[in-house]
Ligand binder design. Structure first.
Ligand SMILES: NC(=O)c1ccc[n+]([C@@H]2O[C@H](COP(=O)([O-])OP(=O)(O)OC[C@H]3O[C@@H](n4cnc5c(N)ncnc54)[C@H](OP(=O)(O)O)[C@@H]3O)[C@@H](O)[C@H]2O)c1
Length: 334
């Protein structure tokens, strides 16, 4: 793995450009604020009626339109949702693009699967921080940073050095800027979130909780066993690796892991993981997701509703209120 640090990047390169961050959500706000603190000339571009426009204004930005940003700026940072980007690009960016501009992605979905095909005279790079925007901003304000993946899609001259300069400006040079490709970043991100981080974890938790409740455990206590303690274990794994985590759990828990883990994550599950990887690599998942989005997201809406109505959520509200001295403390919003 080739890793670069702050000392390998030339901050002056990005400081010589006008940068527009398109979108002010989870990633966009962190990129825009970190860039500004690093002394970069940065504007925020948003669509009319954007929910985060007020937030951008209270953070000291004066949002401009995406078409305006494309006309005025040298580097366009794509921080709109992946599924929105292709139509946004076609309507507001493509008609105004000129030679020498750089399209910067923070995740490779739209470019890797060719939902966006920029013209030859435009540079295409990616700086993908390995973590949520909130963590990117928090790490930066504490003097640190998150690692990131840097990739070059098209370099008409100076694009790679500019990407590292940008990555250093948002703080990633303090943690490590990993040279990779759009393909590796995109496939890895989708596979990891589907199989482990989002899809695998939530379904493991819910199914285990259902079985425990069926077996007679009160829902709130099952919530502690199957969900609440996930953080404690994942923190240990994060800090020390799996073998290091074993040193902090009981021998009983460790033995249970060895004999029961393979009964749950068996050869059938491994085959299913291979099938997911195949769908990610072939672009089947990407095509399915874009079709869902373009149809107005009917299945997504139903699935969201069902997930929110699952009885584990009621148990979770009770447990969080209990831990919070009787106050719910929940501030859930999209
Ligand atoms: N969530 C993360 O921490 C994370 C982590 C790694 C990579 N990424 C990547 O970061 C990118 C952005 O994702 P996100 O999670 O930050 O998205 P997000 O939180 O949903 O924010 C998207 C932003 O784009 C704005 N937007 C929506 N449609 C637009 C349009 N037509 N024109 C201009 N702006 C528009 C939204 O406006 P409103 O203010 O109206 O909502 C919002 O400000 C994606 O490529 C994603 O894969 C995200």
């Amino acid at each position: 793995m080739q890793v670069h640090y702050e000392r390998d990047a030339d901050l002056a390169l990005i400081k010589a450009k006008r940068v527009a961050v398109i979108g002010y959500g989870a990633q966009g706000h962190a990129h825009a604020l970190n860039l500004r603190d690093a002394g970069v000339d940065v504007a925020v571009a948003l669509h009319a009626g954007a929910r985060r426009a007020e937030q951008a204004r209270s953070d000291g930005f004066a949002p401009i339109t995406v078409a305006d940003a494309t006309q005025r700026c040298d580097v366009l940072v794509m921080c709109a949702p992946d599924e929105v980007m292709p139509d946004l690009y076609a309507a507001e960016i493509a008609p105004h693009l000129r030679a020498g501009q750089t399209l910067m992605f923070v995740h490779g979905f739209a470019y890797h699967y060719e939902f966006i095909k920029p013209p030859e005279h435009v540079n295409v790079v990616m700086v993908a921080p390995k973590g949520p925007g909130k963590a990117l901003r928090e790490a930066y304000t504490k003097g640190g940073g998150l690692p990131c993946i840097v990739a070059v899609g098209r370099d008409n001259g100076g694009a790679e050095a500019l990407a590292y300069s940008y990555a250093a400006a948002i703080g990633c040079g303090r943690a490590g800027m990993i040279a990779s490709s759009f393909r590796v970043e995109t496939e890895g991100d989708l596979y990891g979130e589907q199989v482990v981080l989002c899809g695998g974890l939530t379904h493991l938790i819910r199914t285990a909780w259902e079985v425990q409740v069926e077996a007679g455990t009160p829902p709130e206590l099952a919530y502690f066993d199957c969900l609440h303690e996930v953080k404690l274990l994942s923190d240990l794994i994060h800090e020390r690796g799996i073998a290091g985590m074993h040193l902090a759990i009981s021998n009983t828990a460790e033995y249970g892991e060895y004999v029961t883990g393979p009964r749950i994550i068996d050869a059938r599950v491994k085959d299913a993981m291979r099938a997911v990887m195949a769908d990610v690599q072939s672009g089947k998942f990407a095509a399915q997701w874009m079709a869902e989005h373009r149809a107005g997201g009917p299945n997504l809406a139903k699935l969201r509703e069902a997930a929110a109505a699952h009885p584990i959520e009621e148990a979770g509200r009770s447990v969080r209120a209990l831990l919070n001295g009787g106050q719910s403390g929940d501030r859930l919003r999209r």
